[in-house]
Design a protein around this ligand. Structure first.
Ligand SMILES: C[S@@+](CC[C@H](N)C(=O)[O-])C[C@H]1O[C@@H](n2cnc3c(N)ncnc32)[C@H](O)[C@@H]1O
Length: 168
């Protein structure tokens, strides 16, 4: 770590960092945000805005898939979209399996509401999920039934955003 110039802070809460304001050029998270409740996510982005310098970049890789599908081939990557929040809480409302089930459009809304400019957004689409949605093969919970299919079939995202410079 020392050789690479890396300082590893753990445990650490990303909504309360010890770093100085405007001291960070690049802020990267890899498959973290889907494990964070939406309210905490807003606090994490606000703290990110504090530590990142104006014009600094945020890059997030987000895994939107049902994590139970990683080890159970019988279910699809969007299997969890059938459950309402109360039922999903029974299966995954614990500190080991929690995922927020936010979709790509929700993240974009939250990031923009945090006053960051979204520079790039890439979507990974799951073929099996696409097919299921096309055939109406999954009864969706109301929270998801309202969303377009081309959002629901996205199972991973790369989102690049920028903390605006003071003048922009
Ligand atoms: C699937 S793991 C991703 C690990 C990551 N890619 C890495 O290389 O360390 C999700 C991580 O999110 C972290 N996490 C969840 N909420 C957090 C928070 N509020 N602040 C900091 N880390 C958090 C968890 O501790 C966990 O290590």
């Amino acid at each position: 770590m020392e050789l690479c110039g890396v300082t590893y802070h753990a445990p650490c809460d990303a909504s309360e960092l010890s770093m100085a304001s405007d001291s960070v050029d690049f802020y990267i998270s890899i498959v973290v945000l889907q494990h964070v409740p939406a309210q905490v996510l807003k606090a994490i982005l606000a703290e990110g805005n504090r530590v990142v310098r104006p014009g600094g970049l945020f890059l997030h890789k987000i895994d939107h898939s049902d994590h139970f599908s990683h080890t159970d081939a019988a279910i699809s990557a969007i299997n969890f979209l059938q459950f309402d929040d109360a039922e999903w809480e029974k299966y995954a409302g614990n500190r080991f399996m929690y995922v927020n089930r936010l979709r790509q459009d929700d993240y974009l809304e939250i990031i923009r509401a945090a006053h960051q400019n979204v520079l790039l957004c890439e979507a990974g689409v799951d073929d099996r999920a696409h097919e299921l949605l096309e055939k109406n093969g999954l009864k969706l919970a109301e929270r998801f039934a309202r969303k377009p299919k081309d959002i629901l079939e996205i199972t991973s995202s790369w989102i690049l955003s920028e903390k605006p410079c003071a003048s922009s």
